[in-house]
Structures are given as structure tokens and as C-alpha cells.
Design a protein around this ligand. Structure first.
Ligand code: AQP
Length: 330
């Protein structure tokens, strides 16, 4: 199948911290599978322009951006088989965001849950945080991507992108296709404290590449079913974050065994977590080995090449958009 005939996939991740188990099970592991399958044309970007919508350190951002690229490649997002790039290296993202902002109602942006969560109680809330979903729409629409593999926290933003397509196309002609979210079997991994979703910025995460000892120490103490106080109490797998992770990592037989051992109070939570840790080891050890072997120069070159490929598509879309909107002198 030629690249043109393939559906296009676009997704992104912020360089706002280390990749955690939520990012990996919710999104990045799906990206890697799709890159391996080659059934679609895959573009993945490190969305540094999104990460500056909250206070940050410039030097730290640069370090994290390059570190994240290395981690993504180690996770299987192979730049030889997809387009991996840094968002701000393709300036068309911010240009298209401005144009899309003119067809996005402020009322819709005020309804965004992520904006409410991230702005709640903050003394300074940037306009960039408010218009974050418009930039995300631009990320997707710039490539006319129709599939967006994300965790469930991003579904509302994709719904907004679909609305934006309808508004834009109604006003300016049939330019963009409507994108759809693609969710993994574990679209929401809760934080270790069980208080909310696992997040880089909330200090409630286990990082994919953290040393095995600290990985296990965090997993061992992770929140489970609050009603299960003793091993003899029957557990409720469907409310347990550890069971959710088993669903992603275990075989069907393991998931069934975990369910029965939990509801039948045959295993305690630590027994259950040891089996989960085996699942993590099985998948993460090869990623760690691959990461060790990655050379910084090669990662930087891959990003340059990725940006060149992305820019070629982005420039063509913007040419079409500017024409349809009557912008510019030419
Ligand atoms: N807890 C989660 N469970 C499942 N999927 C998740 N994702 C994030 N957290 C979970 C998905 O990971 C992808 C990359 O996320 P992001 O870095 O772009 O932004 P985020 O959703 O805001 O992630 P964080 O970790 O919570 O970052 P901070 O703390 O910086 O805001 C997305 O597809 C996301 O859905």
C-alpha cells in the first residue's frame, strides 16, 4: 500500500517530565505498535509549544525535549519507520493555530476540563493555557490526520478539533477531514495515590525508565481497592488501578487468574503487584537496553529529518488554508 493511500495518524506528548506508565499504557505503547505494523502513516511529535503554557525553565525544556525523543525511540517509536519531530521545529503549527482560533468560540474553550484543572487556584493563568486545545487542533489538522491515539483525558480536545473542522469547512470549503480519538485498552491510568490520573506534573507517577528498585518500591505501595484492608477481604478488580494495568500487560489467562485470585481473596495486593511487576519487566527491560544503546547525535539527526518531512506536509496544508481564507498578497 502506498503512503498516500494509508490513513494518517498524529499524536503528541509534552516534554514536561519523564514518560510515565500512564503516558506509556495510554498512548506511547500504542504508537510503537502502530509503527511496527506500518498499516498507517504515523506522525508523532514532542509538543514543546504546549509545555510552555505553564511556568517552566528554558534550559530544562530543551534537555527534556531531547531526552524525551530518546525515550520515545527506545519505546519503539522508530524514526526510520515514522515521522518523529519536535512541534516548534515546524512553525506552521502556531500559524495554523491562529487561523483556527478565529473559528473557535471562547465558550467551548472555557468548557475544557483540562483548562479548568490546570488553571484552578493558580495566580497566573496564561492565555496560552486557555488556547491550548486550539494549538492541539492545529497539530492534528496540519497533517489532515484522521486517527489520534491518546489517553481519555484528551478526548474532549479531539471532540473540539472535530467541531473546529465542521466550522472551518462550512466557512471556507472542504479542507480538513474529521479526526477521531483512538483509545488503548487502558485509556486512564490512575496516579499512585488513587486521587486522579497519573500525571507528570502531579508527582503521582512511576516513570517508564526509572531504576527497577524505585519502580518496584512505588508499585508496591500503589493505591488499590480502598475496601480491601486485609488479604482475607475479597477485592474488586474493576475499581483497582493495578488490575487495569494487568489488562494491558497480562495474557488473557493471567488477567483471569488475577481477577479470580483477587475476588476470591487468594492473593493479597502485594502478590498481585509482583505478577504485574513481572509483566513490566518483560516489556521494559528490552526498552531500557535499547535506550542505553542510543546515541545523542543520532537522536538529534532523526529529529531534524523528522521535522523536514513534517514541514513538507504542513507547508502544503497552509498554502491551501491561506488560499481558502484569502490571506496574503500572492
Ligand atoms: N494517566 C494517564 N493514563 C492514560 N493516558 C495518559 N496520558 C497522559 N496521562 C495518562 C496520555 O499520554 C499522552 C501524552 O500526554 P501529554 O504529555 O501530552 O499530556 P498530559 O495528558 O497532560 O500528560 P501528563 O502526564 O498529565 O502531563 P502534565 O502533568 O505535564 O500535564 C496523551 O495521549 C495523554 O492522553
Amino acid at each position: 500500500m502506498s503512503t498516500q493511500a494509508k490513513k494518517r495518524v498524529l499524536s503528541g506528548i509534552q516534554p514536561s517530565g519523564e514518560i510515565h506508565v500512564g503516558n506509556w499504557l495510554g498512548a506511547v505503547r500504542t504508537w510503537a505498535k502502530q509503527v511496527e505494523d506500518q498499516a498507517e502513516d504515523n506522525l508523532y511529535c514532542i509538543v514543546d509549544a504546549h509545555a510552555i503554557t505553564v511556568p517552566y525553565e528554558p534550559a530544562e525544556l530543551k534537555r527534556r525535549t531531547l531526552g524525551l525523543a530518546r525515550d520515545l525511540i527506545a519505546c519503539g517509536v522508530d524514526p526510520a519507520r515514522c515521522t518523529l519531530f519536535v512541534q516548534s521545529d515546524v512553525r506552521e503549527h502556531t500559524e495554523l493555530a491562529w487561523y483556527l482560533a478565529t473559528v473557535t468560540p471562547m465558550g467551548d474553550l472555557f468548557r475544557m476540563t483540562q483548562f479548568k484543572d490546570k488553571s484552578d487556584g493558580k495566580e497566573f493563568v496564561s492565555a496560552g493555557l486557555f488556547t491550548y486545545p486550539v494549538l492541539m487542533s492545529a497539530d492534528i489538522l496540519l497533517y489532515k490526520a484522521t486517527i489520534v491515539p491518546v489517553g481519555d483525558d484528551q478526548v474532549q480536545h479531539i471532540e473540539l478539533a472535530r467541531e473546529t473542522v465542521r466550522r472551518f469547512n462550512h466557512r471556507y470549503g472542504d479542507i480538513f477531514p474529521e479526526p477521531e480519538a483512538r483509545l488503548s485498552v487502558t485509556p486512564r491510568i490512575m496516579g499512585l495515590d488513587g486521587e486522579g490520573k497519573m500525571s507528570k506534573s502531579k508527582g503521582n507517577s512511576i516513570d517508564v525508565f526509572e531504576p527497577r528498585d524505585s519502580f518496584w518500591n512505588k508499585l508496591r505501595t500503589a493505591f488499590t481497592d480502598p475496601q480491601r484492608l486485609r488479604k482475607s477481604d475479597p477485592g474488586r478488580p474493576d475499581v483497582c488501578n493495578v488490575f487495569t494495568m494487568h489488562k494491558a500487560l497480562g495474557s488473557e489467562a493471567t488477567v483471569l487468574e488475577v481477577r479470580e485470585s483477587c475476588t476470591g481473596a487468594k492473593w493479597g495486593c502485594v502478590d498481585c503487584k509482583k505478577v504485574l511487576m513481572d509483566g513490566f519487566d518483560r516489556e521494559l527491560v528490552p526498552l531500557r537496553t535499547r535506550r542505553e544503546a542510543l546515541d545523542e547525535g543520532a537522536v538529534a539527526r532523526a529529529l531534524t529529518e523528522g521535522a523536514d518531512k513534517a514541514r513538507a506536509i504542513a507547508a502544503e496544508t497552509l498554502r491551501e488554508v491561506r488560499g481558502a481564507m484569502g490571506l496574503g498578497s500572492a
